[in-house]
Ligand binder design. Structure first.
Ligand code: R5P
Length: 324
């Protein structure tokens, strides 16, 4: 189905996801050799010709974000010097995105810095999932597709056939995401008043909206230390929510996320596989929804120059039927 000049390559950050995509597309992964010098320096060599090819490289910036970003850049450099036609960087989790503006003097804007680095390395297009804020797409001067996972999450929620649902944003910054999600589910929204006195510290103060007696779905982009979702769950229960679920696209799950989720009141935590979750972090309460089918379709359509809008229209149409 896909022509000879199509190549799919994986870095080491999430090979399982790349293999799932390769299986759906019925193509082999192009072999690469990736190793490290003793000082940690990364070496990469593409083991077959990519001359004139349309190359897709899958590499999220999973923890360790800096290491995986560097590996992506080095792989792109190796490819660029091998005369492909185009290089698309598929970055299912685009880290460094939370630093998207200066909130205090003398701070960096890493979301822009990383976009610059990716472009300079030689990428001609990027595909991301659920960027921390969608406007980061504008930090790239090359075409970018930022895919939403809302229909995947909504389908899972619809299968639960729950009544009296409220969608909750764990902070003011996520209100747009919650609003969009609420629209899809035909549910009202609530917003948690969260403050961040410093990175990775979340203080929860209040809730805007009515959650009493309702099943609450906290929706966020990232679960890092799980301070935001567990803090939100506590206040939701305090304000009378019946049950609390948490949904987040990117399971970063840094310490002490697992302990926090385990000792929380959250019934189920639903995430995707943009980041591979190590076995030790696989709680029974954690449900992982695969983005592989959506990613495979996106890669195929990008290669063939076809639009993605129709795919989403179809997904939303099917969802609407399930919600009736
Ligand atoms: C912050 O603005 C993000 O959207 C997430 O809420 C945050 O990164 C989650 O971090 P943590 O799990 O450490 O609270």
């Amino acid at each position: 189905m896909l022509k000879n000049h199509f190549k799919l390559i994986s870095g080491t950050a999430n090979k399982k996801l790349a293999e799932e995509v390769a299986k759906i597309l019925k193509v082999p992964l192009t072999p690469v050799e990736i190793k490290k010098f003793h000082d940690g320096e990364i070496y990469c060599r593409v083991l077959e010709s990519v001359r004139g090819c349309d190359v897709f490289i899958i590499q999220p910036t999973s923890p360790d974000a800096s290491l995986n970003l560097m590996e992506l850049l080095i792989m792109v450099d190796a490819l660029k010097r091998s005369s492909p036609d185009k290089i698309t960087a598929v970055i299912p989790y685009y880290g460094y995105c939370r630093q998207d503006k200066k909130t205090k003097p003398r701070e960096p804007i890493t979301a822009k810095l990383v976009a610059n680095m990716i472009e300079v390395a030689g990428v001609s297009r990027v595909i991301t999932f659920d960027l921390h804020v969608a406007q980061v797409q504008g930090f790239f001067d090359i075409p970018s597709d930022n895919l939403e996972v809302i229909p995947l999450f909504a389908e899972y929620i619809a299968s639960k056939k729950l009544k009296n649902v409220v969608v909750v944003s764990p902070d003011a910054g996520g209100a747009a995401r919650a609003r969009e999600f609420g629209k899809v589910l035909h549910a009202p929204i609530a917003i948690v008043d969260k403050r961040r006195p410093e990175p990775n510290v979340a203080e929860v103060h209040n809730i805007i909206g009515d959650v009493k007696g309702k099943t609450a779905f906290i929706v966020d982009d990232i679960i890092d230390t799980a301070g935001s979702i567990t803090g939100a769950a506590n206040i939701l229960m305090k304000f009378g929510a019946k049950d609390v679920y948490a949904l987040a696209t990117h399971p970063v799950l840094s310490n002490p996320a697992i302990e926090r989720i385990q000792s929380s009141l959250i019934k189920e935590v639903i995430v995707t596989n943009t980041i591979e979750i190590p076995e030790v972090k696989r709680l029974s309460r954690l449900r992982v929804i695969s983005i592989a089918p959506l990613l495979a379709e996106t890669v195929k359509r990008t290669h063939e120059g076809l639009p993605m809008g129709i795919v989403y229209e179809e997904m939303y149409k099917n969802l609407e039927k399930k919600l009736k």
